[in-house]
Each structure stands twice: as C-alpha cells, then as structure tokens.
Write a protein that binds this ligand. Structure first.
Ligand code: ADP
Ligand code: ADP
Ligand code: MG
Length: 453
C-alpha cells in the first residue's frame, strides 16, 4: 500500500480523499492555490503545498506545478478527484513516467473513453445499445445537415471532448441547425480546446441512469448498481439517487450487465461510471463513460456500504477485487442534493462571498460532504458546489421525508444557495411519485415556466 498520496484537487472532493487517506493510515499531501490558502481542510492533510495563483490554469490545471509538489513531498501516487486533470491522459502519463502512480484507469482507456465518439465505437463493439447518431465525427455544417436529416429531428449536437454539461445543443428543425452547430463548436473550443462535434438523436423525456463500476488490473469487474440523475438543469445534475425509481428490476439487471461488458471491452480498471439514457418504454442507450470518481459517488457508498475512494486507492496499489457480484447489494434508498452557491431566483447566477452562518443538518441517516463552514469565503474562481447533502433510509418515501427535514435544518447565509429549489423539488408530487425526466426542472421551476411561456 502507498504511504503518501498527493491530492490534485480542491474543495469537498479534496477533503473526501484526505478522509479516505486518514482512514487507511496514508499521509495525504494537499495542494492549494492562493485563493484557497485559508481553507480549513488543509489542516487535516499531512502536508499542504501552494501550487500557484487563483485561476485554475495557474494552479489546479497546471501539471508542472503539481508534479513539482509531488516530487518535493516524495509521494507515491496522485489522486486527481473529479474535474481539473482527472480525465487528462497526458497528465496521467506524466505521473506514471515520473514513477508516481495515477489513481485512475490506464492512460489508454482514459484516452479512448474521454473521446465520446471513440467511446461510442467501444459500446458498439461491446454490443451495448447506444443513442442513434452519426457514425463518427461531424466535420462541417453541410455534413451536419445531411446527418441530422438521416437521423431525424430533434437531434442533439454534442462535443466529442464534452463534460460538465457543456457543448451540448438540442436542435428541433433544419432552420436552427447551422447556427447551433456553430455555437456548439465555439463553446466546445472555448471549454475543451477541441471543437470536434458529433450528432445524436435527441431522446424525448429521458431519464439519466448510470452504473457505478469497479475493476482491477487483472480484469475483475463488478458493478455497484445504478444511480438515477434525471434531475438536471442545463444538462447538469442537481439531485441523484439510488435505486432509480424509474426502472424495473429486469431493466436494472440488463443495464448493469451492459455496463460491465462495455468497461471490460475498454480494458477499464479503477472506479468508473457508464451513463445511459432511458426512455419511457425503458429502452436504454449508452451515452458516455466517466473515467473517474464522480461527484455523486456517496449515493452508491450509502446503499452498498462500500468506500469507493478507498477502493480506487487499493486498486491503484495493485490490489485485486475478490468481491463476488452477488455479495454487493443495494440497501435502502439514498438521495443526494447538490448545494451550490447559486441564486435559483436569478437564473442560478453564482453567488460567491463570505459565509457568516453555516448550520448543517444532522440526525439519523444524514451525511454531508462539504469543505464549507461559518467564516469560509466561497471563491468566484471555481465550481459553485459547496456541499453535498445526502440521506439514507430504508425506503424512498422515508428518504424524501428525511431530506425535507435536513433541507429545512440547513442554514447558510448571507450567500444564496440552491437549498430553496431543492425544497420545491422535494415538495413536488411528480418528484415524490418518481414521475420526472431530465427536462422536469426547466419545465417546472425556471422563470420562463413561471411566466407560463
Ligand atoms: P459527475 O458526473 O461526476 O456528476 P459533473 O458533470 O458534475 O460530473 O462534473 C464534475 C466536475 O467536473 C464539474 O466541475 C465539471 O465542470 C467538471 N468536468 C467534468 N467533465 C469535464 C471535462 N471534460 N472538462 C472539464 N471539466 C469537466
Ligand atoms: P457530459 O459529458 O457533459 O456529462 P453527457 O453526454 O453525459 O455529457 O450528457 C449530459 C446530459 O445531457 C445528459 O444527462 C442528458 O440529460 C442530456 N443529453 C445528452 N445527450 C442526450 C440525448 N441524445 N438526448 C437527450 N438528452 C441528452
Ligand atoms: Mg455525463
């Protein structure tokens, strides 16, 4: 086992990984930008190294700065968390060439799965159903027009390098295609430095259901069941839960085995997630695979009782998975709310600033993953997520009740947060009845919905 690990990330996930290290008796080395120098979680790390200025490009996205911190502190492995360099195969390669283990999958599977067009090819090879769409990359506006006509409207233009819900454009008719194609390309170029696009059929009223996987380097692969992430705003997840209230036991089994098949075909190891869209008839279609730990991984930890971050570390250290698939069970119901420093009444505009009051909820079945506290200043430089609030109860109805209570208890001021929208979601009968899809939040709660537009 490793004795010292560097965490190339910040915020709640850096703290989550520090906790796993402490539970395993491993020294954690944290890194921070000048904007994060006062973050309290840095004190829980064995060592903390400043790696540059506030803009991510100067710090958390700066491989040279991170590698020199790793060398100074003599770590044996680097955990990238999610976002930043987590899915950057060049960085993973750089670590491994410096004899520092990158806690994640092989560089090759990161490279192929990180490209969504390539990932679709792997899905096809694994005989996993995928969203109907272009054979490969769509090069030009003319190419896009022809492809969309063949697939049939509505379609989705998507960035091959996409992530975090960006570079995705729904197109409902031919008239809108060329402009959307240009806009998607510009957004993808700005966000990912890669304007490569492809086109998929737009699945109407879909549910987002994903499967958590765990594989080792010997080819052992298990799934840890599914998470439902259908509650989204602008293709970004807001609420996640397991089990999914939207699928039958039969579909669940088919989905999970398809995900295992795909990951095996990709030669995948470490923790990873296979994302699917599920339509109203429970047909499912592969969408993408995320080659990293996900934001919503604690949902799975609660229902399976397994520590995913510890498993990532153990697999990176060469341990084999000796778990039998049928020993991994889905117990009870877990739900997560992403608490973001955003103003739901003002188009979810980021709301950074100093937190004066911070009173977290507690009681039976509540888990909170957060780096925030009273006196903490939310930086405008990074992601706006400041806490993940989770509940775990025997039944979904009980989990909903517990979440309502926890949301009412949670006091954060004066910055604005997404707590009020979560309260509305959990009070809505469609959510309570498991009757939602990925468009639910926009249809029900946005200003245009309120105006009746
Ligand atoms: P998850 O599926 O784990 O919930 P999200 O899509 O919410 O992941 O992304 C988690 C974080 O990682 C966000 O900060 C998001 O902006 C970032 N992220 C995800 N994919 C990419 C990518 N390809 N490039 C840059 N940032 C990304
Ligand atoms: P990202 O890498 O940004 O997470 P995904 O490919 O996972 O991108 O898509 C993000 C979200 O966008 C999905 O969860 C879903 O809500 C929506 N989406 C993506 N593709 C389609 C599609 N073909 N039809 C309908 N919705 C889609
Ligand atoms: Mg996704």
């Amino acid at each position: 086992m490793f004795s010292r690990i560097l965490i190339a990330n910040r915020g709640e996930i850096a703290l989550r990984i520090i906790r796993a290290c402490r539970d395993m008796g491993i020294d954690a080395v944290a890194v921070y930008s000048t904007a994060d120098r006062d973050a309290a979680y840095l004190d829980l790390a064995h060592d903390a190294i400043c790696i540059g200025d506030a803009p991510a490009a100067s710090s958390y996205l700066n491989p040279a700065a991170i590698m020199s911190a790793a060398e100074i502190t003599d770590v044996e492995a680097i955990h990238p968390g999610y976002g930043f360099l987590a899915e950057n195969p060049t960085f993973a390669q750089m670590c491994r060439e410096s004899k520092i283990e990158f806690i994640g999958p092989s560089t090759e599977s990161m490279r192929s799965l990180g490209n969504k067009v390539e990932a679709r090819r792997i899905a096809q090879k694994a005989k996993v159903p995928l969203v109907p769409g272009s054979k490969g990359v769509v090069e030009s506006e003319d190419d896009a027009t022809a492809t969309a006509a063949k697939i049939g409207y509505p379609v989705m233009i998507k960035a091959s390098a996409g992530g975090g819900g960006r570079g995705i454009r729904p197109v409902h008719n031919k008239a809108a295609l060329r402009t959307s194609f240009r806009n998607a390309r510009a957004e993808a170029e700005a966000a990912f430095k890669d304007g490569t696009l492809y086109i998929e059929k737009l699945i109407e009223r879909p549910r987002h259901v994903e499967v958590q996987l765990l594989g080792d380097r010997k080819g052992n692969m298990v799934h840890l069941w599914e998470r439902d992430c259908s509650l989204q705003r602008r293709n970004q997840k807001l609420v996640e839960e397991s089990p999914s209230p939207h699928i039958s036991a039969r579909t669940r089994r088919k989905l999970c085995t398809a995900a295992v098949r795909l990951a095996k075909t990709a030669g995948y190891y470490s923790a990873g997630t296979c994302e699917f869209l599920v339509d109203e008839k429970e047909n499912f279609y592969f969408m993408e695979m995320n080659a990293r730990i996900q934001v919503e991984h604690p949902v799975t930890e609660l229902v399976t009782g397994m520590d995913l971050v510890q498993w990532q570390i153990r697999i990176a250290a060469g341990e084999t998975i000796k778990l039998r698939q049928d020993s991994i069970t889905q117990n009870g119901s877990a739900i997560e709310c992403r608490i973001n420093a955003e103003c739901p009444d003002n188009d979810f505009r980021p709301s950074p600033g100093k937190i004066e009051e911070f009173i977290p909820p507690g009681g039976p079945g509540v888990r909170i993953d957060t780096h925030a506290y009273a006196g903490y200043t939310v930086s405008p430089y990074y992601d706006s997520m400041i806490a993940k609030l989770l509940v775990h109860r025997p039944k979904r109805s009980e989990a909903i009740t517990a979440m309502k209570r926890a949301l009412d208890e949670f006091k954060i001021s004066p910055i604005k947060t997404t707590i009020p929208i979560h309260q509305k979601i959990f009070a809505h009968t469609d959510f309570v009845n498991g009757n939602v899809d990925t468009g639910f939040i926009e249809r029900t709660f946005t200003s245009s919905a309120r105006a009746g537009a």
